[in-house]
Design a protein around this ligand. Structure first.
Ligand SMILES: [Ca+2]
Length: 153
């Protein structure tokens, strides 16, 4: 009986992953169904769209401003947003719904940067000269961007 239950659960999981396989054609259908090892991608907008415990970055300012645009989310550090599904140099607004501070970098831990406190958000990364220029995201209270907004490599 345990084996049968496992098989049924596996089938359900495979069905749930179909939208993810379809990639850009799919619209989000819940946090668990869209979770991938690196970070997840979906169409959406609004601060409230970012789940508790996640950090979200949006393709347009003001959290995609009511348009169905791309947004991405993760609960851990992302050294290279160019990894699949790919969002390097795309973010223009961000929401931090984790309990850690999160630092955005132009490169991996160097270049221009900004730190977002737990529960914080930035409606337009242009204010930090980082619009369409974020390549990596670091979770952790031990790191923060200096006041001058730049870290040397
Ligand atoms: Ca963008």
């Amino acid at each position: 009986m345990r084996l049968r239950s496992f098989v049924v659960a596996g089938f359900a999981a495979a069905v749930a992953l179909v939208p993810a396989v379809l990639g850009h054609a799919a619209v989000a259908d819940g946090p668990e169904a869209r979770t991938v090892p690196t970070f997840s991608e979906e169409l959406g907008s609004g601060v409230e769209r970012c789940p508790v415990g996640q950090f979200c970055w949006y393709n347009a300012p003001f959290y995609n401003q009511g348009q169905e645009n791309w947004m991405w989310r993760s609960s851990n550090s992302q050294p290279d947003l160019g990894r699949s599904p790919g969002s390097s140099d795309e973010a223009e607004s961000v929401v931090n719904r984790t309990d850690e501070q999160i630092t955005l970098y132009e490169h991996w831990r160097y270049g221009r940067c900004v730190t977002v406190p737990p529960g914080g958000r930035i409606d337009d990364l242009d204010a930090f000269s980082l619009q369409n220029n974020v390549t990596s995201i670091h979770h952790g209270n031990e790191f923060s961007c200096p006041s001058w907004g730049y870290v040397a490599s």
